[in-house]
Design a protein around this ligand. Structure first.
Ligand code: 4HQ
Length: 254
């Protein structure tokens, strides 16, 4: 992907990603360009109003169709064609597969709603798909767009450093991560697993794979059903099990 367009009433919110961390680095190095569009800039009235009261009554406001439609049309008139993706709780729930799918596109167009939502006719005529980041309610689509952007950007080639390669990342897809340790080797009478100090990289890789599998089995058996155990994992777990003193780690938390 080389371009992300975000339609939002709070461009400052989304643009804050430009200066920070992995997303900031990707944008600074020009791997990905971010363009924010504000429907308020497409209003025609003096008050520049973007919302209105819901037909049928009730609390909250609804985003007006015309400024939003004009905004979306302006986005679509630029650069290459891409689906318009609305962020909302009725959408396809985002997971590793969804992120890979989105990451493979040349361009993302993310539409963030505020208030109670957007006029249904805009969704029917100008929106291609809806994505949700989970079963809970946000007060706007911006945090959801930030989640999508972060997950997608870190999959782009050349965005992550050496030590955190995208290859390793996709390898871990469908599995919980293995445990991590740094110095000191012994801390409050708890020792770093011996294998990590061994310098035997093949053995370390097997251990990490087996630990990730073990953790997934313990904490998220649902993931095992969706992403079946690979031959490499099976072999790693088996080999580790046969090495003396190689019992799997206890689970992470207190
Ligand atoms: N909202 N995943 C309602 C979400 C949401 C979610 C965004 C609240 C859209 C109008 N978005 N607005 N969950 O709850 O993506």
């Amino acid at each position: 992907m080389r371009r992300i367009d975000v339609i939002t009433l709070f461009p400052e919110w989304v643009e804050s990603l430009k200066g920070l961390g992995v997303t900031g680095r990707a944008m600074a190095q020009g791997t990905i360009s971010l363009h924010c569009w504000n429907p308020r800039d497409f209003t025609e009235d003096v008050h520049r109003s973007v919302d209105d009261r819901p037909y049928g009554g009730g609390p909250g406001m609804v985003m007006r169709p015309e400024p939003l439609a004009r905004c979306i049309e302006a986005v679509l008139a630029e650069d290459i064609a891409a689906p318009v993706s609305f962020l909302g709780p009725q959408g396809r729930v985002l997971d590793h597969d969804g992120v890979s799918e989105l990451a493979g596109r040349a361009r993302l167009i993310l539409l963030c709603g505020r208030y109670e939502g957007v006029d249904e006719r805009v969704l029917q005529t100008l929106v291609d798909e809806e994505w949700s980041i989970g079963d809970y309610v946000l007060s706007g689509g911006e945090p959801a767009a930030a989640v999508v952007m972060d997950a997608v950007i870190r999959q782009q080639p050349g965005v992550l450093g050496h030590e955190e390669s995208a290859l390793r990342d996709s390898f871990v897809g469908g599995r919980l991560d293995c445990p991590h340790y740094t110095r000191p080797a012994s801390w409050r009478s708890r020792d770093v697993p011996e294998v990590l100090l061994s310098g035997d990289h093949a053995r370390i890789e097997r251990w990490r794979l087996a630990e990730a599998l073990h953790r997934t089995r313990q904490q998220r058996p649902d993931l095992l059903a969706r992403y079946p155990v690979s031959e490499v994992e099976r072999a790693a777990a088996k080999k580790l099990g046969s090495e003396k003193g190689a019992k799997p780690s206890e689970s992470g938390l207190k």
